[in-house]
Design a protein around this ligand. Structure first.
Ligand code: NAD
Length: 321
């Protein structure tokens, strides 16, 4: 496996190059079950050895635990800072949402301390559909611009579930003030609606990160965690798709990740990983895609199974005026 190289892709106009498979660190906050510090460090070490250079976290994941564990791993492994791209977020916390300039300005200092870093590469406003989008435009993004000028973050991003939030904000902020969007659960076999937005994002020079290719566990053999917001219909049909792949001697997670990786307008696909085994499986899936390509026949069969729930999503956020 080590003889092949994991592809790196440019992120919008940032000049950053991200590994096409990114390490989603929410599992390090025990979001999908307990992960020991030892398991975390060997998973992060293996990820780096296999060419993953992009790590994403948030103060929200595990009520700050994910940032602390990721920070300890990167520190103990002694990775040169310029060889990794680290993103964290602000505005969403275990005790709720606060996108005020005062809170996000304080937030980055707290995150940097937990991450044991002097700066992050990307600071995202986390799940902005839970705040006022006008506040994001008029108060939060200007505050983040100041943090960028102060050298605490190199680039600025916005994240959330409903795709309309991205156009709302990007149509209203000065060009170049939002560098990146992070969308989740919208570019996988069951839901590929992000595809429609890609030409718009490209025209704005905004980099695209797509998270949750396994639909936060829906497209895995073990299935989703209890807190997963999908309808029971969506859960049942995804389960049927996972069983079908198992019967064919492969795994739904491999097929799903490969599906998400095919579109090169997406710079990095962020997968939540909690073990060496998952890191190796996911990197192998990417390398196999480069070589043999995706199993078109199986993809077709899985698409047919998922057809009744294609593009079905779930509500997220507050009613915007
Ligand atoms: P995901 O779709 O990546 O699924 C993660 C689940 O799949 C975990 O249970 C993980 O253990 C499991 N998994 C990973 N590889 C596997 C494999 N090879 N075989 C079987 N199971 C496997 O969902 P996610 O973790 O929510 O998303 C990835 C990352 O994206 C997050 O960790 C986070 O960094 C980011 N994210 C951000 C937002 C946001 O900003 N609003 C939302 C969702 C995700």
């Amino acid at each position: 496996m080590e003889n092949c190289e994991l592809e790196q892709r440019a992120l919008g106009s940032t000049g950053l190059k991200l590994s096409c498979v990114g390490f989603g660190a929410s599992p390090l906050g025990n979001v999908f079950g307990l992960v020991s510090p030892d398991d975390a460090i060997v998973a992060v070490r293996r990820a780096i050895d296999l060419g993953i250079n992009f790590f994403d976290t948030s103060p929200y994941y595990g009520a700050t635990l994910s940032e602390t564990v990721l920070g300890n791993c990167l520190h103990e492994l002694g990775i040169p800072r310029d060889q990794i791209v680290v993103s964290t977020k602000c505005g969403r916390y275990a005790d709720g949402f606060d996108f005020s300039a005062e809170r996000v300005t304080r937030s980055i200092d707290e995150s940097l301390e937990r991450l044991r870093l002097d700066y992050v590469d990307i600071l995202h406003c986390h799940d902005i559909e839970f705040g006022s989008l006008d506040q994001i435009v008029n108060e939060t993004i200007p505050a983040l611009q100041k943090l960028k000028a102060a050298g605490k973050t190199r680039f600025i991003g916005i994240t959330g579930l409903p795709l309309r939030i991205f156009t709302y904000v990007l149509d209203r902020v000065p060009p170049g003030s939002v560098d990146v969007i992070l969308s989740y659960c919208h570019y996988g076999i069951n839901d590929s609606t992000l595809a429609d937005l890609l030409p718009y994002l490209k025209s704005k020079g905004v980099g695209v990160i797509s998270a949750s290719p396994l639909a936060m566990g829906l497209l895995t053999e073990n299935g989703p965690p209890d807190w997963h917001p999908a309808s029971s219909e969506l859960k049942t049909i995804c389960r049927a798709a996972a069983i079908h792949c198992k019967e064919k001697g492969t795994s739904i997670s491999k097929l799903s990740l490969q599906y998400s990786l095919i579109n090169k307008d997406i710079s990095s696909v962020l997968v939540g990983m909690n073990s060496v085994g998952q890191v190796e499986e996911n990197v192998t899936a990417a390398l196999e895609l480069c070589g043999a390509g995706i199993d078109e026949k199986l993809l077709n069969e899985v698409e047919n199974i998922l057809e009744p729930v294609k593009n079905q999503t779930w509500p997220s956020g507050i009613q915007q005026r």
